[in-house]
Every structure is written in C-alpha cells, then in structure tokens.
Write a protein that binds this ligand. Structure first.
Ligand SMILES: Nc1ncnc2c1ncn2[C@@H]1O[C@H](COP(=O)(O)OP(=O)(O)OP(=O)(O)O)[C@@H](O)[C@H]1O
Length: 265
C-alpha cells in the first residue's frame, strides 16, 4: 500500500530523515515513534502529498502521493473545538464524504445513510446530533475516525490519535482502528509518543531520532541495544506486565538529557 525508496525529507538545510526504504502491506499496523521534531508528522504530510520528498521516491496505493486521495483516510492531530461551534457530529462526519461518489449536492438519501453507517461504526450514534464542541476528547476522536473512514480508505494515517485521552478512551480508540484494519485489511500508519496502548496491535515500528531511524518488529527495534545505538546514549528497555518501559537519560518525549533521571514513559 505504501512504498518508500531511499526517501529523504528536508526543510532547507535541515534533513529530518534520509535513506528511508520501507513497504507497508495491506492490513499492516505500522507505528511511528520518535522525539518531538523528529519528522513523524512530516512523514504523514509527505504521504498526503502536502510536502515533496527531497530525495527518493514514494508511492501510496500504487501512485505518487496526491492531495485528497479517497484511498487515504487521515486522522489529524487534535485541535480544541469551541463549544460555540455550530457543527454537529453528523456534519463533521459528512465533511469526510467524497461528494462525487455519494451524490452530494442532491443531498441524497445515500449520503445520510452513509453518515449513519459511519457513526455506528465508531459507536457515536447517541451523540449524532450534538454540537461537537460540547463532546469529550474521546467522543470527538471517534468522530474524526468516522470522518477519516468516510471514503472507505485502504490506508489510514493517524497523527497521535490517543493524545490527551484517558487510558480507557485510549484503549477504545485504538481498538476501533485495529478492528477497522482487521475487517477491511486497511493499512495503518500510526504516529504516537506512547507505544503501550497499541502494543498488542503493532506489526512494525519505525523509530526516528535526530535524522536517523530504525524499522522492524517490536522485538527488533524496542531493545536496549537498538535504541541505545539509535539515541547514541545508553537506553534501557524493560518489558514488564505487557508494557515497554524505557529508562535512561531520556524524558517522556524521548529527548536526551545528559545526566537525566531514570524513569519510564
Ligand atoms: N513547513 C516547514 N518548514 C520548515 N520546517 C518545518 C516545516 N514543517 C515542520 N518543520 C520542522 O520539522 C521538524 C519536524 O516536524 P514534525 O512535525 O514532522 O515532527 P514530529 O516528529 O511530528 O514532532 P512532534 O512529536 O512534536 O509532533 C520540526 O522541527 C518542525 O519545526
């Protein structure tokens, strides 16, 4: 579904990453990790056709990236929505519908039925007519996912969809995305700071640090050896109770602090 060959992305002189060769298969769950500013969101923006690669090639769904492709569903980073915003849940979901395919303009029954179907898919029927600004973060996030699924995409790009959700909602939202990819073989690229809520779902990890990266299975990448090498500083990876904890001179966002304290994210 996604194929990158020796891809690089730079802003001016600054190289975010380079020599990235990676294929993502249908139904695969790829998690993208890395400290702030390491280029995770920029990878999604390149896949969306919003920024060009500075080197190498990239195809998504077998074609070069282009804006507005119905093959791709995108769950953007959350922004606070004002309670005064007049948009209802069903309006937000409807915005994701490809008007051409579903006969928008004629305000067809097909569109309304599709919106209902999407609301049901994410379990949001009970607040379908509620203004979105009055909903909780978890509820809003379900709607963003429904919107992203509106074109029945083959690829779902998610930018920190669990941010600011409590553990219960993190789990619910992660399961929603996982169910989608299992039922429809949708490939998932999932940017996050915290791997644990999605650990059971992850097929592969792409981990960016300071212009370098490692890609592979959780077992391959999330090891003391690999991450110490990637960060260039000792990092201890501990597996406990089905979770991965990182100890060493890193803060929770994965930034290196010389002489920093030990802790796990
Ligand atoms: N259009 C742009 N022009 C110049 N620099 C940019 C542009 N967009 C992003 N950057 C810079 O590129 C770097 C990577 O940004 P990006 O958003 O991809 O990081 P990220 O890994 O998603 O970070 P975070 O975890 O904080 O969301 C940042 O330092 C950012 O300031």
């Amino acid at each position: 579904m996604i194929s990158l060959k020796e891809a690089a992305l730079s802003y001016g002189e600054r190289v975010l990453w380079r020599d990235l060769t990676l294929d993502v298969e249908p139904g695969e769950f790829l998690v993208v990790l890395g400290p702030n500013g390491s280029g995770k969101t920029s990878l999604l923006r390149a896949l969306l056709g919003e920024v060009p690669l500075s080197a190498g090639t990239m195809t998504i769904g077998g074609r070069p990236p282009r804006r507005g492709s119905p093959l791709i569903g995108y769950v953007p980073q959350q922004k606070a929505m004002s309670p005064a915003m007049p948009l209802r849940s069903r309006d937000l979901v409807r915005l994701g519908i490809d008007g051409h395919r579903w006969g928008m303009g004629r305000a067809g029954r097909a569109v309304r039925a599709r919106v209902d179907e999407l609301l049901a898919e994410v379990g949001a029927e009970s607040y379908a007519d509620v203004p979105i600004g009055t909903l909780s973060g978890g509820e809003q996030q379900r709607l963003r996912i429904a919107q992203a699924l509106a074109t029945d995409p083959r690829i779902l790009l998610c930018d920190e969809p669990l941010l600011s959700l409590d553990p219960h909602h993190q789990q619910a939202v992660a399961e929603l995305i996982d169910r989608r990819r299992r039922r429809h073989d949708t490939a998932v690229v999932f940017v996050t700071h915290e791997i644990n809520p999605v650990l059971p779902m992850v097929d592969r990890v792409l981990y960016f640090v300071d212009g370098r990266f490692r890609a592979g299975t959780v077992r391959e990448v999330m090891t003391s050896h690999t991450l110490s090498d990637l960060y260039g500083t000792p990092v201890e990876v501990i597996r406990a109770g089905g979770r991965i904890l990182m100890a060493g001179a890193l803060d929770a966002a994965g930034h290196h602090h010389p002489g920093g304290e030990e802790h796990g994210p």
